[in-house]
Design a protein around this ligand. Structure first.
Ligand code: A2P
Length: 289
């Protein structure tokens, strides 16, 4: 869990962490505390999740109990869509830091590309980066054309691109673009929100190694160099999700999981029904405001 990857600005980022989407403040507090106590260093939240305060409390309590240094943790939060725009972005970080009880973030991510605003928003994020309030800046949920547009209008290349990525939805084009530009890919919902755990091919591999489907998926992320942040509100699973180093996937097994790709995503705003990844998310702002 201490293993890190070097981002394109030299900052070292842990490769496996905890996600806290869909957890309230008190659950998030417990999950974060449990995770740090069990050796996690990377924690990923967002203003949109409404649990930055709980995450901050969990960090505070874990620091007090374990004696870990703040600088050894890697805390990510995300800019809310409704805060996009230059001045509003400069302001929004203050609220995020205050709720988290932190003086800086390790990574600040633009949660979604809001058309007509994401360039100005990025300029403000570049300023926050230059001022040192955030050690790295990144993006989330960008497709390749929007990434190209952003790069054409920016001076700081995103360090991280966080996207929905799991065996059923492998977004190969986006990953190829990230790799080409030196952007670290990070997977949100690496277990497909739990939906990928029932996959037959993955369970067959899991059985062979005496591991769970979740562990096989997370090991596959690890082997592919993708930073991964599974969410769990249960201590046992938080621990289980970090125990992926006592077995190895063969090349054939990795290829078998690569072939699970259906280019489909389970959309949370449509009762987690599967949709083609080639149909873009419908207007994100509508869904998040
Ligand atoms: P829970 O929070 O009740 O443990 P994702 O990170 O892809 O969004 O997936 C999160 C979902 O997968 C949550 O519903 C979480 O449930 C479940 N989950 C996380 N880890 C495991 C695990 N090791 N085994 C089974 N389910 C898991």
């Amino acid at each position: 869990l201490k293993s890190t990857t070097e981002l394109n600005n030299g900052v070292m980022m842990p490769r496996l962490g905890l996600g806290v989407w869909k957890t309230d403040n008190s659950t998030a507090k417990n999950s974060v505390k449990n995770a740090i106590e069990h050796g996690y260093h990377l924690i990923d939240t967002a203003k949109q999740y409404g649990n930055e305060y709980g995450v901050g409390q969990g960090i505070k309590e874990a620091i007090a109990e374990t004696g870990i240094n703040r600088k050894d943790l890697f805390i990510t939060s995300k800019l809310y869509n409704g805060d996009q725009g230059y001045a509003t972005t400069l302001h929004a970080i203050k609220g995020t830091l205050k709720r988290l009880g932190l003086s800086y973030l390790d990574l600040y991510i633009m949660h979604w590309p809001v058309d007509g605003k994401y360039i100005d928003t990025w300029r403000a994020m570049e300023k926050l980066y230059h001022e040192g309030l955030v050690r790295a800046i990144g993006i989330s949920n960008f497709d390749v054309p929007r990434m190209k547009n952003l790069l054409a209008h920016s001076t700081v290349t995103p360090a991280v691109n966080q996207m929905e990525f799991n065996p059923i939805n492998q977004e190969k084009k986006v990953i190829a673009f990230d790799n080409w530009k030196g952007i670290q890919t990070e997977a949100w919902s690496p277990l497909g929100g739990g939906e990928a755990l029932g996959n037959k091919a993955i369970n067959k591999i899991a059985k062979k190694h005496g591991k769970s489907a979740a562990q096989v998926i997370l090991r596959w992320d690890w082997d592919r160099g993708i930073v991964t942040i599974p969410k769990s509100a249960h201590e046992k699973r938080i621990v289980q999700n970090s125990q992926i180093f006592d077995f190895q996937l063969t090349d054939d097994e990795i290829n078998a999981i690569n072939n699970v790709d259906q280019e489909k995503r389970a959309l949370w705003y449509d009762n987690f029904k599967w949709h083609s990844v080639n149909a873009p998310y419908t207007d994100e702002v509508d869904h998040w405001d």
